[in-house]
Write a protein that binds this ligand. Structure first.
Ligand code: COA
Length: 462
């Protein structure tokens, strides 16, 4: 089967079968989303009863459309879907999205087998059934029936769960995380996770790939795609527990398999397994906005000793090292700190730290060849001024862009309230990942280290 998905994500013509005038129906929402997309293409509603829908000429059957069709969205009840798929094959349609539910996930395996038989030995590419479709934010196309548009960015997300995929769109917006493409894969009769990883690895608009999976159909193909991918692949694999495995079987009909096997295989292929969606987003933000860490030696800068210790513990628990400062760095930092405190790693800037102490110490840490990444932390204590903390980080990130030799990641952590939260947006929108938890910060730094290791392996093997 042809693997390329270019016309799937960038179709020149789209038909919606089951398009409806009734605004409560999924076929109406799907048609409208395509229509209001900031994307140029031909659009054909298909409905046997209507002459026109949403101002567009409506056709009775797919085979009545006078032109070629790159992509068809199917939103008719499951028993009608095989006939529509036969029409798609007849019409030489390149790609199909079957939104309709009522197949293997509902125990209706025979009907799903029928679909597989129809597309066997053809070049047609089929997503689904039982999917929301996709949103291609990079090109402005919404080929889904759900509301809400992601912010344009460079993270591409693949979800086996439709509802979770939809939730991810809103979470990404809330977290200021830009998305390139987000796609639901549903029952995966044809287009599978490995096809999408293969496409996203070549997609210039994708920098990081994130997946939510419950099970994979072809384990070897999945692992090979992760292995061959030149970008970080983050994987949330559900069904770790026995009860979770039971739940996946009744949700998407996935056979979950042994969790340990998945865990080892993902690691071996070079993927990064994440505990949940929030961790996937934390790490995606770090990988999309910061350079990878060349090693696991981390420098910590904080205005609160307690937060520094928590970060140290979290880093060490995740395989990162908080090394002692070199003599050179010690001397440089000693000149900046007030007399009452001596430099250490974590560097305690003490509670009244302002812009200068943050800026100067971050710079010194970035220059230290024994440090591979820096975590800058701030507690909104009595004297602390969050603006000075965020301002210093923003300046460092800007300068690092000018001095390419310091290609080291900077992550930030904060503990505080509303005033701080407002300033956090400045960092997030500038691509500086900032987290309200020492654990989440350490887990994201670990992802940057793992990505650094993956790149080194790739370079060695090329
Ligand atoms: N060709 C084109 N249109 C056809 C048709 C055909 N052969 N046969 C029927 N239609 C039309 C219907 O007449 C209707 O249009 P109308 O409103 O003008 O009458 C339209 O297609 C839809 O059919 P309808 O029977 O009204 O179904 P529905 O819209 O209530 O439900 C699904 C269809 C696909 C949405 C529903 O079966 C389903 O699967 N819902 C779940 C979807 C889902 O959640 N997917 C997973 C997301 S993660």
């Amino acid at each position: 089967m042809g693997k390329d998905l270019t016309t799937f994500f960038k179709p020149k013509s789209i038909a919606v079968v089951g398009a409806s005038k009734d605004s409560r129906k999924i076929g109406h929402a799907a048609l409208k989303n395509i229509l209001i997309s900031d994307y140029e293409c031909e659009i054909y509603p298909i409905n046997p009863k209507e002459k026109e829908i949403l101002g567009l000429k409506c056709y009775k059957k797919l085979t009545d459309v006078p032109r070629n069709i790159d992509l068809v969205l199917i939103s008719v009840p499951a028993p009608i879907v095989p006939q529509i798929l036969i029409d798609c094959v007849k019409k030489n349609v390149k790609n199909v999205i079957i939104i309709s539910s009522g197949f293997s996930e509902a125990g209706n395996h025979e009907l799903e087998e029928e679909l597989k038989k129809i597309i066997a030995k053809t070049n047609i590419r089929v997503l689904g059934p039982n999917v929301m479709g996709y949103k291609n934010a990079s090109d402005g196309l919404d080929a889904s029936f759900v509301f809400g548009n992601p912010r344009k960015g460079n993270v591409s997300l693949i979800s086996q769960s439709g509802a979770l995929g939809i939730g991810m769109i809103y979470l990404a917006n809330n977290e200021f995380m830009g998305v390139s493409k987000i796609i639901g894969v549903g029952n995966k009769i044809d287009i599978d996770d490995d096809d999408l990883i293969d496409y996203f690895t070549k997609d210039p608009d994708t920098k990081v790939i994130g997946l939510y999976i419950e099970g994979v159909k072809d384990g070897r193909a999945f692992m090979n795609s992760i292995k061959a991918c030149h970008k970080p692949v983050l994987v949330v694999k559900a069904g770790r527990s026995l009860a979770g495995t039971r739940a996946t079987a009744s949700h998407t009909g996935s056979m979950a398999g042994s969790d340990e096997i998945y865990d080892a295989a993902i690691k071996q292929a070079g993927g990064i397994r994440c505990r949940d969606i929030v961790e996937l987003f934390d790490r995606a933000r770090a990988l999309a906005g910061q350079p990878p860490a060349q090693g696991n030696r981390i420098g910590i800068i904080t205005n609160g000793g307690g937060l520094g210790i928590l970060l140290t513990d979290a880093c060490e628990a995740n395989g990162l090292i908080i090394p002692k400062l070199s003599n050179k760095t010690y001397k440089k930092i000693d000149k900046i700190l007030p007399n009452l405190i001596k430099p250490n790693n974590p560097v305690d800037l003490v509670g009244d730290a302002g812009f200068y102490r943050y800026e100067a110490c971050t710079k010194i840490m970035l220059e230290d060849p024994n440090i591979d990444g820096v975590i800058v932390a701030s507690v909104h204590g009595g004297y602390a001024r969050p603006r000075e903390f965020t301002g210093a980080i923003l300046k460092m990130v800007r300068e690092r862009k000018l001095h390419e030799e310091h290609k080291k990641p900077i992550l930030a952590t904060w503990v505080g309230g509303k005033e701080f939260e407002d300033l956090v947006w400045d960092l997030k929108s500038a691509g500086v990942p900032i987290y309200p938890s020492s654990w989440r910060t350490a887990r994201s730094m670990l992802a940057l280290y793992l990505e650094g290791q993956r790149i080194k392996r790739e370079q060695k093997n090329s």
